[in-house]
Design a protein around this ligand. Sequence first.
Ligand code: HEM
Ligand SMILES: *[C@@H]1O[C@H](CO)[C@@H](O)[C@H](O)[C@H]1NC(C)=O
Ligand SMILES: *[C@@H]1O[C@H](CO)[C@@H](O)[C@H](O)[C@H]1NC(C)=O
Ligand SMILES: *[C@@H]1O[C@H](CO)[C@@H](O)[C@H](O)[C@H]1NC(C)=O
Ligand SMILES: *[C@@H]1O[C@H](CO)[C@@H](O)[C@H](O)[C@H]1NC(C)=O
Length: 364
Amino acid sequence: MFSKTLLSLVVLAASVAAAVPSVSKRATCSNGKTTANDACCVWFDVLDDIQANLFHGGECGEDAHESLRLTFHDAIAFSPSLTASGQFGGGGADGSIMAHTADEIGDPANLGLDDIIEAQRPFAIKHNVSFGDFIQFAGAVGVSNCNGAPQIAFLAGRSNDSQPAPHGLIPLPTDSSSAILARVKDAGFSAVELVWLLISHTVGAQDKVDDSIPGAPFDSTPSDFDAQFFVETMINGTLVPGNGLHDGEVLSPYPGEFRLQSDFAIARDPNTSCEWQKMISNRANMLARFQQVMKKLSTLGFDQSTLTDCSDVIPVPTGTVRDPFLPAGKSMSDIEAACSSTPFPTLSADSGPVTTIPAVNLDS
Ligand code: HEM
Ligand SMILES: *[C@@H]1O[C@H](CO)[C@@H](O)[C@H](O)[C@H]1NC(C)=O
Ligand SMILES: *[C@@H]1O[C@H](CO)[C@@H](O)[C@H](O)[C@H]1NC(C)=O
Ligand SMILES: *[C@@H]1O[C@H](CO)[C@@H](O)[C@H](O)[C@H]1NC(C)=O
Ligand SMILES: *[C@@H]1O[C@H](CO)[C@@H](O)[C@H](O)[C@H]1NC(C)=O
């Protein structure tokens, strides 16, 4: 009896000791929220502030979309090949686009990002967090506001020091798919990872490629984290949505909808077309791949083991989305299937004639 009790005490003590390393930093923050690490508490304050005052009460609107776009433009200006040639190759997700905006906004690829950078910067300064951390946090929170989105990882602890990134490293919509594949390969991303990165365009619109139709979305459901972007980019383009075809734009299938030339090309490139199509047929895979690739993008230039995982601060997204469909007025015969090894999934079309896709409301 005595020895049995002693034994169970020993076992209990051993299991407590074993559990200690993983829970020792578990923290209850001053606002009562709990997180894996007390260093993450500050992010709950940032979360409440930006949901109320940057994302208009938690919307998946233009500011959320631009915040996601900004995560890419800060991070992808990172070139190991430039560094190997003896030049500064950029620091990755280091916040340089916010610290050196006057310089980096001069890169044509960053056209239109000044508004979101200026909107975000005061929040980063107010909460005394690094610009690199803030940009990736805002992008992850913005995504969480979209219906059916995955929860994006957030790692904190990027240094606030940065130098201006070299220009010319961020893909342009006028670039060929092979040029974009080569550029992202230099930054460490494979062809399929490029497709995973472009899942982002399911919650996107353009303002500047054709500035006569600001807010013209890339698919018919720009607040939904669904596969419609991958479906609708494969529909035969037949019309010009704005005041003419601009550089970086190709024909669109619906009035009001906008198709980037680069999305058109990557969707049809044999190196990426089958992965593109896979996004339509397997939603769980699409969500998991976006989580995977965003974690990689958001830590470009940093050693993940030196950062603190604060992913539990990112809200768990809500909302549901429809299964992939063809918007009204099109049929399977309008699909320009591009993957030679696998048939395009059979989709049903909404009834009725082709209708105009409404623009995303521009947040003020
Ligand atoms: C790889 C090649 C890519 C090219 C050439 C490209 C190009 C563009 C262009 C031209 C726009 C429209 C900008 C405007 O006129 O306002 C845009 C919007 C957007 N991009 Fe990309 N992009 C790429 C990849 C990415 C990636 C990897 C992400 C995020 C992970 C991203 C996120 C977005 C989002 C969310 C928008 C919508 C912004 C809004 O609605 O205001 N893009 N992209
Ligand atoms: C980060 O650097 C900027 C200047 O580039 C400065 O305004 C800001 O206060 C710094 N933030 C922190 C947390 O050090
Ligand atoms: C802001 O952050 C910096 C860098 O982490 C730190 O040195 C400084 O003490 C902080 N300032 C305030 C007011 O908390
Ligand atoms: C794309 O595929 C072609 C063959 O279809 C191949 O020759 C080329 O090297 C690939 N390009 C990239 C960047 O993967
Ligand atoms: C796309 O449209 C063009 C002209 O409108 C037509 O010639 C072509 O056959 C169409 N292709 C498909 C796949 O519908």
